[in-house]
Design a protein around this ligand. Structure first.
Ligand SMILES: [Zn+2]
Length: 242
């Protein structure tokens, strides 16, 4: 899915899994010299349109007040309203009525999707959060909370800042964390945000006067094939079912 109006990227590896996702890049025509609050207000409206385009606007929007830490918020029951979790940098859920959102502007958004569509995770992992093991924590939480084994997880890294535009290759460290956690299918976009200011915001390259990209992730509503797997009556590879 690609919007002609809004810059929404999708990742091939996730299209095979039972999720709806998108990565909203730089929006043309927004004057970044405005006060930060004004810029973010304009972006919020556009990000709402992005959720509409992806068909996620009727769901509760779950975000985090990201602090470059390593805490994970768990949504394991139907959400009553939109919510932003304090002091968290990762979100995991097994609920189908929610849309997870993570904001980045050089840091990496890491998508974690169970190939059998039972649970998902979305993580904000920059230099500090990566050093604190936030992605590792999210994988552990998906196992402990929802019984998702690493074998079943597909990991996808969004565009983020990389050498030589940044002194530390935290994307490589995120990939290592995923592999150490037992995830076999790890995909990295390999794209550097500071290299392409036409498509992305970069906090470093634009010296803080920039916008925010938004990573969006939700489970697919149609769970027919999941029930089939759960019933144990007929075990079919999910890829042939969706
Ligand atoms: Zn670069």
């Amino acid at each position: 899915m690609r919007s002609s109006v809004l810059p929404i990227e999708t990742f091939t590896a996730l299209e095979r899994a039972g999720c709806v996702h998108g990565f909203v890049g730089r929006v043309a025509g927004i004057e970044l010299s405005h006060a930060k609050a004004v810029v973010l207000d304009i972006l919020n409206k556009i990000h709402r349109q992005a959720r509409e385009i992806l068909g996620l606007d009727n769901r509760k929007f779950i975000t985090a007040r990201q602090v470059h830490g390593n805490k994970i918020a768990v949504v394991d029951s139907p959400a009553e309203s939109d919510h932003s979790f304090e002091d968290c940098d990762g979100l995991i859920t097994n609920q189908r009525d929610v849309c997870l959102g993570v904001y980045v502007a050089d840091c990496c958004a890491v998508y974690l999707v169970d190939r059998n569509a039972r649970a998902i995770g979305l993580v904000h992992s920059g230099k500090k959060g990566t050093a604190l093991g936030v992605v590792r924590n999210a994988v552990t939480s998906m196992r402990e909370e929802f019984g998702i084994t690493s074998d079943d997880i597909i990991a996808q890294l969004s565009p983020c800042i990389r050498p030589p535009h940044y002194e530390i290759d935290f994307a490589a460290e995120i990939v290592r964390q995923c592999r150490d956690a037992g995830i076999k299918e790890v995909h990295d976009s390999g794209v550097c945000t500071a290299c392409d200011l036409q498509r992305y915001y970069s906090y470093r390259a634009e010296k803080g006067r920039t916008g925010r990209m938004l990573a969006l992730l939700g489970l697919k509503e149609d769970i027919g094939f999941v029930r089939k797997v759960w019933d144990g009556t007929e075990l079919v590879p999910p890829s042939s079912e969706i």
